[in-house]
Structures are given as structure tokens and as C-alpha cells.
Design a binder for this molecule. Structure first.
Ligand code: ATP
Ligand code: MG
Length: 180
């Protein structure tokens, strides 16, 4: 599994639709302060189902919609699509390419799509759980994350290893079953 493409429109500073193609090897994003580098990582985390506006550096979810700039009106919708190569079937779906889309409107309505079909947030979270990618995974190491790992409680640290070992999915299901 690897990232193929990221399409962003109306998300944070990206008023115009942009597409980033990831080629094999390392991709570095460079640019002056405030040019939107971190917003790209935020877009990846958001499309994978991030629910915390704070971790996306906003106060409320609406803050991720382009809020206007000089000579440019605010937009009413933000959309991000992440396309992954799944030829190795790392994600348990029988598609060689998987795209995940999230859309949010200023009204608060939001939509998730898997390969252009509407789905629930839960479908996306389940699909990526234990894959090493999802919103809870450690494929995105944000500023401060290392400190958090070093200083967190033993139980919290254990979660990191469980995610890496691929057992978090079963623990989460067990926990949900016990609640019923
Ligand atoms: P640094 O090098 O300082 O880390 P960066 O390239 O990572 O900078 P970002 O934090 O990605 O920059 O981008 C910040 C910019 O995004 C700011 O100029 C901010 O105004 C803009 N921005 C954030 N949210 C929105 C929004 N909803 N609408 C318009 N612009 C936004
Ligand atoms: Mg930054």
C-alpha cells in the first residue's frame, strides 16, 4: 500500500483545487512559513476521519473550510480525496486502488465516500484500523507527538504497540461487544 495522490479543494489555505501526485521515493514539501505545508498533513489526517478540530489547529470543524483572503470570498465546502495503491491488498478491500473522500459544508453537513460511494465514518475508520495509516495511527508524527509518546502513561504507550502489532482492531471490537 502506498499513497498515490492527494486532491484538496476548499480546505484551509487551498481555495483552488490542487492535486499532489506522490512518486516512488521520498516527497518533501518545502515553502515559506505559512505557505500551507502543515495544511497538507492536516488534509491527510482529516480525510482519514480526524474528528478533533484542535488537532487540526482549529477551534471548530468549520475552520478547515477556506475562510477567504484578500480579494477572495470564503468558500462553503471543503473536500479532500486520498488515493492509495492497494495492489498488495494491504487494505482488506478487493480493489487495487482505493480512494477516500471527505466533504464538509459550512452548514455542518458532512459526507464520506469510499471509491466514490457514500459510506459512514465508521467504514473508513474500520478499513484503516491496524493498517498503519488511519487517524489514530502513527504514520503522521505531528509536532509534539514524540514528547507525548515519551511522557505518556504506560497504558497509552501500550496502545501504540498494539496498533503497530495489529491487535487494536480486535480489542476495539471486544470493547464494543462488552458495552452492548
Ligand atoms: P510553517 O513553516 O510556519 O510551519 P506552514 O507552511 O506549515 O508554515 P501552514 O500552517 O500549513 O503553514 O499554513 C498556515 C496558513 O494557512 C496561514 O496563512 C493560515 O491563514 C492559512 N489557513 C489556515 N486555515 C485557513 C482557512 N480556513 N482559510 C484560509 N486560510 C487558512
Ligand atoms: Mg508547518
Amino acid at each position: 500500500m502506498f499513497l498515490k495522490r492527494l486532491d484538496v479543494a476548499g480546505f484551509k489555505s487551498f481555495a483552488d483545487a490542487i492535486g499532489i501526485e506522490f512518486v516512488p521515493g521520498v516527497t518533501a514539501v518545502v515553502g515559506p512559513n505559512g505557505s500551507g505545508k502543515s495544511n497538507i498533513a492536516d488534509a491527510v489526517r482529516w480525510v482519514l476521519g480526524e474528528q478533533s478540530a484542535k488537532s487540526l489547529r482549529g477551534a471548530k470543524m468549520e475552520d478547515i473550510i477556506f475562510s477567504g483572503s484578500e480579494g477572495r470570498k470564503p468558500l462553503n465546502v471543503a473536500e479532500v480525496t486520498l488515493t492509495l495503491d492497494n495492489e498488495d491488498q494491504h487494505l482488506p478491500l478487493e480493489y487495487n486502488e482505493i480512494s477516500v473522500t471527505r466533504r464538509v459544508y459550512r452548514s455542518g453537513d458532512s459526507e464520506y465516500l469510499l471509491n466514490k460511494q457514500q459510506c459512514r465514518l465508521k467504514d473508513i475508520v474500520d478499513l484503516f484500523m491496524d493498517s498503519g495509516l488511519g487517524r489514530e495511527a502513527y504514520s503522521i508524527i505531528g509536532q509534539g507527538k514524540i514528547d507525548e509518546i515519551l511522557s505518556s502513561k504506560a497504558e497509552d504507550r501500550r496502545k501504540i504497540f498494539e496498533e503497530a502489532a495489529g491487535v487494536l482492531k480486535y480489542k476495539t471490537r471486544k470493547h464494543k461487544a462488552e458495552q452492548k
